[in-house]
Design a protein around this ligand. Structure first.
Ligand SMILES: N[C@@H](CCC(=O)N[C@@H](CS)C(=O)NCC(=O)O)C(=O)O
Length: 283
């Protein structure tokens, strides 16, 4: 490899060279602007965006509704490209300034929940749904849930960033993260050759965590032509699982909640306040 970089003794932030996310990335956390979050009438207030991490929260809320629980929620779009995750209101509910973040107002005092995996677990435990029942099943479910949360940054921040978003393409990071992404697909594929869902026979929050990340690769709607580059069609068991979940009405709705981009107006719902908001949408 020819162009090498010699790190200086002490790293400093070079805002000029930040690429696509230069305007929002900073090594300092915390609020950059005083601004309250909007608030609706429902017990749950979700502040998010329809990225794979955001869809996880949409998915459990819509699945709980589909299962008959009285779970109503307002979903407010957070435009992370414009830096809305750094407003004081958002930082109060997620000091890490990343979507999704949830406020649960079902009890006497509001409870904030951030991190997509924590939101899945919080809601599943609250309603006793989409969990594995036995101790062994629960251990398996938690293992796959944390497997997904731990591996998402290799797929997104690693492969997706260097392959699709970085202003210049470098072979070393693309190779490294392509290999790791394929290895993760292979882990899921071998598991799903043995079981219907990740934790076993039942659809659980482990699947709700993994589906929004893995399914878009089969549809070719994530990271340019990553589907071809990574030979995604090799993973037939993951494809079968992704299709099974994709046919669920809640999953179809989850994909458009807090979505504001794309040409198809019927496939986006920037803010969601009731089930009626899906009328006329392609879900
Ligand atoms: N570990 C977090 C990751 C969330 C995350 O990375 N969210 C991204 C969008 S997918 C975000 O908010 N990025 C804004 C930023 O980095 O400033 C989770 O699972 O909730």
């Amino acid at each position: 490899m020819s162009d090498t970089y010699t790190p200086p003794k002490v790293w400093t932030h070079d805002a000029e060279n930040g690429g696509r996310f230069a305007n929002i990335n900073s090594p300092v956390s915390g609020a950059r602007e005083e601004k309250e979050l909007p608030s609706g009438e429902h017990p749950f207030q979700l502040y998010s965006l329809a990225t794979p991490n955001g869809v996880k929260a949409n998915l459990i809320l819509e699945e709980l509704i589909e299962a008959g629980f009285s779970v109503e929620y307002d979903a407010w779009i957070v435009n992370i490209g414009e830096g809305e995750q750094f407003t004081s209101g958002f930082v109060d509910i997620n000091p890490n300034s990343k979507i999704p973040a949830l406020v649960d107002r079902t009890g006497p005092n509001p409870i904030r929940v951030f991190e997509s995996g924590a939101i899945l677990l919080h809601l599943a435990e609250k309603y006793g749904a989409f969990l594995s029942e036995t101790p062994a099943g629960r251990a398996e479910m938690l293992s796959w849930l944390f497997w997904q949360v731990g591996s998402a940054p290799f797929i997104g921040g690693g492969f997706g960033h260097f392959y699709a978003y970085a202003p210049e393409k470098y072979e070393y990071p693309i190779n490294r993260y392509a290999m790791e992404t394929k290895r993760l697909f292979d882990v899921a594929d071998k598991r799903l050759a043995q079981t219907r869902f990740l934790a076993g026979d039942e659809y659980t929050i482990a699947d709700m965590a993994a589906w929004p990340w893995l399914a878009p690769f089969f549809k070719g709607v994530i990271y340019n032509d990553a589907k071809t580059f990574l030979s995604i069609d090799e993973y037939e068991n993951v494809a079968r699982w992704a299709n099974t979940i994709g046919e669920r009405p809640a999953a179809r709705r989850a994909l458009i909640v807090n979505k504001s981009w794309g040409d198809d107006e019927d496939a986006k719902l920037p803010n969601r306040h009731s089930a009626a908001d899906f009328a006329g949408k392609s879900v």
